[in-house]
Structure formats: C-alpha cells, structure tokens
Write a protein that binds this ligand. Structure first.
Ligand code: NAP
Length: 292
C-alpha cells in the first residue's frame, strides 16, 4: 500500500515519520510544504498523479487558532480549499483520504462526551474552516476517513507541552485556565492509531469502503488545561507553581469550547484500539524527551 503524507514537518507529520518503519509492508512518501504546497492545486494534482498513492493522509493545516480570526482567507485556503484539491486528485486516481480534523467543530454547548453524530457548531474561524474542510471532503467523497482529535501535543514543534516546559523553566508561577475541559492527545498515540487503521486497510483492501466515516480520537480521560499543566510540571520535575484561573481572566481572540471531551467508542470498536490515559501518555512523552 502506497501512502502519501502531507504536512511532513508538522507535529503529527513528524510523529508519523517515527512510527512508519513499524509498518514495513507500506511504502511511505512524506512531503512538506516545500515540495507539496497544498495551496497550489496544480502541484497537488501532479504529485498525486505521479505517486498514485492508495491513501493520502492529510496532516497539513492552518493551526494558528487565534491568528485565524484575522487571517480568515488563509485559514480557509488551507483548511478547506486545499482539501478540495486533494479530494479532486484522489477521485481521479482512486486514492482514499485520511483527513485530520478537530474537536472544536462540536462546541454545541453539551456537557456529555461528543459522539460523531452529535450536532456540530464550530465557533471561531479556525473551527469553521476545519469544518468546511470536512464538508468539502464529504461532498467530493473520494473515500475518506476523518479523524477529529483534540489538544494535540508532542515532543517537538509548537504545542501546549512545549509552552509549559518553557514557562516552567523560566517562571516560579503561572496561571492556567481550569474552566475548559477536554482531553490531551499525544501525537505518537494518534500516529499509532493511524498506523493500526492503515494496517487493517492493507490486510483487506475490501474493507476500506466499510471504514468510511468520521471518528473521534484523543487519549482517554478528562482534564482541564490547569490539570494538564500541573501534570506537565510534575512529570518534568519543574518547581513552577500552577494557579487555576477562569477563561474570563485570560481573554483570547478565538473562543475556545468550555467542554470538548469526545467519546471514542466508535474508533475503538471499529479498529479494536486500546487507548492510553492522557496522564500515562504524557509521562511517556516527557520520559522519551528526557532520554534524548
Ligand atoms: N494542534 C492541535 O492542538 C490540534 C488539535 C486538534 C486537531 N488538530 C489537527 O491536527 C492536524 C495536525 O496538526 P498539527 O498540530 O500536527 O499541525 P502543525 O504542527 O501546525 O503542522 C501543520 C503543518 O502544515 C504545514 N503547512 C502549512 N501550510 C502548508 C501548505 N501551504 N502546504 C503544505 N503544508 C503546509 C506546516 O508546514 P511548515 O512546517 O512549513 O509550517 C506544518 O508542517 C491538523 O489537521 C490540525 O487541524 C490539531
């Protein structure tokens, strides 16, 4: 099975590069913006036609949630229009798309874990542009798996873990919001989940059609950003004190959902996945970074 991964140098793209060698029967092609600029429809078309991948994994995205409020066009160009280019090219060559989306599309005010069938109500520009990407993919329907994930962090690139490690090393005390609940997702765990899905597609190409649809994936458990920050300080043995504050005391240009916990039953049942608790995944991630 030949796999094309976009956004190769993003945090998920890099995690996929780490897990790829485990899947020896698959031929992986990783491409970053420098040789696969998703804003260039012709380039997308040429690359997909040249490689003839079975699966395109789209990890590339406009992910600057706050900046998106001022850069609506840029956010939509990558999060929606580029998905259209990929879907069109996939349709022409018979590829399927595994696309990554976000928990932020839900945000409908409910306080029980979101299921894939729940109503979406994306709030800010980033969330709306990601939802528009999902809709574009569903409309074009080249054969797709959409994974909605949340609070993605990993050992490299810009993410909450890296920010906390930097602040924790510099400051004696920081304030972090405790009134937004969700679940962190370690990039390695999401990359391994994708690997498992691909493995099942590889073993039996006939089931690919049956996998079509939207799935939630995060680590297990629930926490606030405050709990997440406290755990980061503890596992990395930083003496920084974390104080819980309300979101109102830390205004941001883009609204964040106060509750974005997702139910992962569908992906676990469909692919037989066992998902680690967010705290265990975090400890493993920080442990791995310290060994390097
Ligand atoms: N981060 C989160 O907390 C979070 C939460 C939920 C869902 N998600 C979703 O998860 C997926 C992966 O996110 P991530 O955190 O891994 O993102 P990321 O680290 O910000 O990486 C995004 C990648 O997209 C690339 N890119 C930007 N413009 C491009 C273009 N024109 N053509 C091709 N590539 C381009 C970037 O290239 P450069 O390396 O050149 O910048 C970067 O490598 C995204 O779909 C995101 O929406 C993320």
């Amino acid at each position: 099975m030949r796999i094309l991964v976009t956004g190769a140098h993003g945090q998920l793209g890099l995690a996929l590069q780490q897990v790829a060698p485990q899947y020896k029967s698959m031929e992986w092609h990783f491409h970053g913006r420098e040789d696969l600029d998703l804003l260039d429809g012709e380039m997308v078309d040429r690359m997909v036609r040249f490689l003839q991948p079975d699966i395109i994994i789209n990890t590339a995205a406009y992910t600057a949630v706050d900046k998106a409020e001022e850069e609506e066009q840029e956010a939509y160009a990558l999060n929606r229009d580029a998905v259209v280019y990929l879907a069109r090219a996939a349709q022409q060559t018979g590829a399927q798309i595994l696309h990554i989306s976000t928990d932020y599309v839900y945000d409908n005010g409910q306080t029980t874990p979101y299921q894939e069938t729940d109503q979406v109500k994306p709030g800010g520009v980033y969330a709306r542009s990601k939802h528009a990407g999902e809709v574009a993919l569903l409309d074009a329907d080249p054969g797709h798996v959409i994974i909605r994930t949340s609070w993605l962090y990993g050992p490299v690139r810009h993410n909450f873990l890296q920010t906390m490690l930097r602040l924790g090393a510099d400051r004696a005390q920081i304030d972090v919001v405790f009134d937004q609940a969700g679940t962190p997702t370690c990039t390695t765990d999401l990359a391994e989940c994708i690997g498992q899905i691909l493995k099942q597609m590889d073993l039996d190409p006939g089931v690919r059609e049956a996998f079509r649809g939207v799935y939630n994936f995060s680590n297990e458990g629930v926490c606030s950003w405050y709990d997440f920050a406290v755990a980061i300080m503890r596992f990395s043995q930083l003496p920084c004190r974390v104080r819980p504050i309300r979101s109102a005391a830390f205004p941001t240009p883009a609204r964040r959902p106060s509750f974005s916990v997702m139910d992962k039953s569908k992906i676990k049942d469909q692919f037989g996945l066992k998902i680690a608790h967010w705290r265990d995944a975090l400890e493993r991630c920080i442990g791995g970074m310290e060994k390097r």
